[in-house]
Design a protein around this ligand. Structure first.
Ligand code: MN
Ligand code: MN
Length: 319
């Protein structure tokens, strides 16, 4: 009957459109991953003793823009027992130390499709086993990723690789599913054995990031926060706060940004800090506090973004 035929034609049309959308998205993820990987490859030349944290972060961010990408989040530079989420303030004068264990974590996006990748540079020359533990765990995890694999089993493999080298996986940090404009899209990949039941599906994009710790294997928030993301758009009292919120919505959507990036929004630094405070207090922003190993042990991290294919996982952030 004519009605049915029409319905079918319409259905086919929609499927073709969906396929085109999907292809475009996969192309963007591939390009974001390629840029992120090619920039991470340059990190050992940048993260050297005596270099300033601020110069390193700004160089990496400039490299992303120059390569045609956009910043999916601020360049994270976390040293020693700091596991993640530090990015330098605009007036930060800290220099990389002679024996620091430096973790660099960068994010690139193309139309919201994100490549998230990280590595550890061991300037001490004495933490090779710790760095190797995070790298071996990542390689082992990726080699078992394919449709149908339960994320809790991946965590078990990560834990085995790290503990077999005498270290602890950080149990309260995880890998995460990525969707356009959603860096953390709900599903997590634990770094320890777990009964987490999500099964990988063809086409899924995941960031997978084992952290190896010579300390407690747990992180806790510090009082320092340099990174935020938009989580709601409440009514705000101050005109400046409303302006800042509009700026954030337009420039970063739901993706994480640094306080450092907002320095040009107002002439007065006081206006920025009071507006930012109102955004935080009103629940407009989600803060990402700097995370430290609770046993104050050294931490190494390695991360790739992968796409689940028919029978394997393809690394998108190849260096
Ligand atoms: Mn990352
Ligand atoms: Mn990540």
């Amino acid at each position: 009957m004519a009605g049915e035929e029409n319905a079918e034609e319409q259905h086919e049309h929609t499927e073709a459109e969906l396929g085109e959308e999907r292809q475009k998205m996969e192309k963007n993820f591939a390009e974001a991953g390629r840029i992120a990987g090619s920039i991470l490859r340059e990190v050992p030349k940048l993260a050297l003793p005596g270099e300033s944290f601020l110069d390193i972060a700004e160089s990496l961010e400039k490299m992303i823009i120059d390569a045609g990408g956009r910043l999916a989040f601020p360049a994270n530079i976390s040293i020693n027992d700091i596991a993640a989420h530090f990015t330098p303030e605009l007036d930060n004068k800290t220099l990389v130390g002679e024996t620091d264990v430096v973790k660099i974590d960068i994010g690139v996006h193309i139309e919201g499709c994100i490549g998230d990748t990280a590595l550890t540079v061991d300037l001490s020359g004495e933490q090779g086993r710790l760095v190797e533990a995070s790298e071996a765990a990542l390689a082992a995890a990726i080699s078992m990723m394919k449709p149908g694999v339960r994320v809790g089993k991946i965590g078990e493999e990560i834990e085995r690789e790290i503990t077999s080298r005498g270290f602890k996986p950080i149990e309260n940090l995880t890998g995460h599913k990525i969707e356009p404009f959603a860096l953390h899209a709900g599903v997590e990949i634990p770094n320890i054995k777990s009964n987490a039941s999500y099964e990988l599906q063809e086409g899924d994009i995941f960031a997978i990031e084992p952290f190896a710790s010579a300390g407690s294997g747990r992180v806790a928030d510090t009082t320092q926060v340099e990174i935020f993301s938009l989580q709601s758009t409440p009514k705000l009292r101050m005109k400046y706060s409303r302006e800042l919120l509009t700026h954030i919505v337009h420039n970063y959507f739901s993706l994480p940004f640094a306080e450092r990036w907002l320095s040009g929004v107002f002439k007065s630094r006081l206006t920025l800090s009071s507006s930012l405070r109102e955004l935080l207090n009103s629940g407009a922003l989600h803060p990402y506090p700097v995370l430290r190993d609770t046993g104050r042990g050294l931490v190494a991290q390695r991360e790739h973004t992968v796409m689940i294919e028919h029978d394997s996982a393809k690394v998108l952030t190849v260096m």
